[in-house]
Write a protein that binds this ligand. Structure first.
Ligand code: PLP
Ligand code: COI
Length: 339
């Protein structure tokens, strides 16, 4: 039986669900892992994650489709990206097939928390890994824990009835040869001051520029960005220091193959953003959130939409969510059926 949750009014927050997946890494190998009812973690006071932030994570969602199945979206790409994060952070790789199986098992165990179709809510799935044994000299841990938690969520930018406002902060997100392209916890730790400051000043998110020249658009704290040109081309930044968003890769495919739009991944100068007619943030949590304004100190660029969202952005949104919710046929291999 579905849990008694006010699905339609969920924000993007943590609600403890019944089961989580846990596997420990010790003596050079992963144990099989199991589902557990225990929502707490017990580790050494000197664990690598606590001292030197050795942790990375993933994010994906499970959906109830129009014909009442439960599915998840492209978990194979999250498995691949977590492998890349682990390689960059000197952490052991959690094998791809085991990752996908563990995601499926965790969703199945928490099936009563998967929001019903039509509520606008989804089950957010958070795989993560951290160094768990004591480390005091700066070096990688030798023992790790891989876990998957789930939580039902609503929109990431809730309470914003209109397109969101971004500001260009006086902080950098990622160094050119740093960790911006992987999903390391440290990327988010260093963004916390910038996001608190942005919220205090009335902005919804930070739009980071490339830290080497501060002339090119990168991404926001928790999502990639896309722009639509006056002649309906979908343009998105090319950069080695942004997270390769699975939502963005999917949207670019949808734009080209489903909507017959031209797409372009290229460097985008800050000075160009005034020439576009639409802008939106994309990510698992953000889905596709329209951007109405970008503020860079004294400079402001606005995008005006008749219905709160750009016309092309709306087509992209409807097609992607249509595929995720089973209303539109998905490309091969995108949808993993759970139940
Ligand atoms: N960029 C950052 C910094 C993120 O945290 C996320 C969220 O996962 C994304 C982009 C979007 O990636 P994806 O579409 O794979 O969720
Ligand atoms: C996601 O979209 O899955 C993320 O990890 C973004 C995070 C800021 C919630």
């Amino acid at each position: 039986m579905k849990k008694d949750i006010d699905w339609k009014n969920l924000g993007f927050g943590y609600i403890q669900t019944d089961y989580r997946f846990i596997s420990n890494y010790k003596n050079g190998k992963w144990e099989n892992g199991e589902l557990s009812k225990d929502a707490t973690v017990t580790i050494s006071e000197c664990a690598g994650v606590l001292q030197y932030a050795q942790t990375c994570f993933e994010g994906l969602k499970a959906y109830t489709t129009v014909d009442n199945k439960v599915v998840c979206f492209r978990p194979d790409l999250n498995a691949d990206r977590m492998i890349q994060s682990c390689e960059r952070l000197e952490m052991p790789i959690f094998p791809k097939d085991n990752f996908i199986d563990a995601v499926k098992d965790t969703i199945k165990a928490n099936i009563d928390y998967v929001p019903p179709y039509g509520t606008g809510a989804t089950l957010y799935i958070r795989p993560y890994m951290f160094g768990s044994n004591p480390v005091i000299g700066v070096k990688p841990a030798t023992e790790y824990q891989f876990r998957i938690l789930t939580t039902p969520v609503g929109p990431y930018f809730k309470g914003t009835t209109k397109a969101i406002t971004l500001r260009v902060p006086d902080f950098d997100r990622a160094a050119p040869l740093g960790t911006g392209h992987v999903k390391a916890g440290l990327n988010y730790a260093m963004s916390l001051h910038a996001i608190v400051d942005a919220h205090n000043q009335g902005y919804d998110e930070n739009l980071y520029l490339d830290s080497a020249t501060r002339t090119k658009i990168e991404e926001t704290g928790g999502a990639n960005i896309i722009f639509i040109t006056q002649d309906n081309k979908v343009v998105t930044p090319k950069s080695k220091s942004i997270l390769p968003s699975i939502t963005r890769r999917s949207l670019m495919f949808v734009a080209e193959k489903y909507l017959n739009l031209e797409v372009e991944e290229r460097e985008i100068l800050y000075t160009e953003i005034k020439d576009f007619k639409e802008c939106a943030l994309c990510g698992t949590a953000a889905v596709l959130s329209p951007v109405g304004k970008i503020v860079n100190h004294g400079d402001e660029v606005s995008y005006n939409y008749a219905n709160g969202i750009g016309e092309i952005t709306a087509q992209l949104y409807n097609t992607l969510t249509g595929i995720q919710m089973g209303r539109i046929e998905a490309p091969d291999g995108w949808i993993y059926e759970i139940l």
